[in-house]
Design a protein around this ligand. Sequence first.
Ligand code: SF4
Ligand code: SF4
Length: 405
Amino acid sequence: MRPDDFAIDNCLKCAVCNDACPVFGVHPRYPGPKHLGPELERLRREGVATDTEWLEYCLGCHRCDLACPHQVSVSEMIARAKAKHRKPLARSLRDWWFARPGLLGMLATILPALSNFALSMRPARFLMSRLMRIAPRRKFPAYTRPNLHSPAKETTSGDRMRVVFFPGCFIRFNRPELGRKVIDLLERNGFAVEVARTDCCGVPATANGDEAKARSLARANVRSLIDHVNAGMRVVTACSSCGFMLKTGFGGLLDDDKEFADAARQIGASTLDIGELLMAQSDAGKLNTTFQPTNLRLAYHAPCHQKAQGIGRPWYHLLGKIPGVAIEDIDAGCCGMSGTYGFKQEKYNVSMAIGQQLFDRISASQPQMVATECATCQMQIEHGTTFKAIHPVEVMLQAYDGRPL
Ligand code: SF4
Ligand code: SF4
């Protein structure tokens, strides 16, 4: 998106966006989206120096955009200003790594056991907190050798609808077995699946103010996806943030290059969250409903980037179709993790304060486990409560086989 597309003149200073902002709700000094977005943007355009540390406290949750009655691109203005914000050296170094989960994953999975051991050691975590300002109380997800591949050709033939799966960094480097479950679930519902050879979606780069990196990732992903889309395949995601990034044509980062921008928009229009795809199958009477009866009390949390896709809560409805599943939509706002945000030492307390309402409501619900599509929401829920959090795909797949989770 170009700055002249931010619809800044639509802003009527109503402050509805402030009311929707999770950070504004818990941090008494956070100026809020109205100020950091349209108010400062007017000054930025006049060349007035307005750089402020508060830009760094934006979660990039897009709740302000959803709330704005006048379609002002509030979070986009903040993200672009954040990319120009100057940070101290230790935080710049940390955010450089956080913007590159693909590189981090490739290095950590050369010797995953050693990486996992090192990341769990107290001295290593102490050093990371001192040198890179990483919150020592956060646990890093375990790394696993990336071994997610397209299924054998014979399963991708016939009259099945062909889709291409965009796995994202977390599935590739931390939970490839979840990727295999996604493929299994799609195949059981009549799809022929190929795994895309893609890079990080670019959300972590944008969130950490590295616009150049986000743009280069967007180009690489467009190059690798466009042939699939031109061949009529839908792109399927199982991570809310990847899905959001793809659906917005890579956040408008390529808008200055018409050829790439058109391809990015075409990819965006062809992208579906797996829950959205299965819900469409269900609406068409084509969902595989050979579920074994189960006995499971679930709480469901909708991630911010899933809400920002404007697709409702497909997984809440899909899981509710499994006989014996009792599911409660917790609907308690943002979890506060926002990808790498909650790992940052200076933001740890804000992250936990934002999540408190969700933690309290989950605890009051007393589920057996929590289902949510976002890996970092899962981490935050497990960090802030005593409940296990899993991807809805895992629940549905287990229900086909009648095995307990
Ligand atoms: S950006 Fe939208 S919600 Fe926020 S003050 Fe302006 S008009 Fe109101
Ligand atoms: S994107 Fe989220 S955290 Fe950032 S200003 Fe908007 S509502 Fe607040």
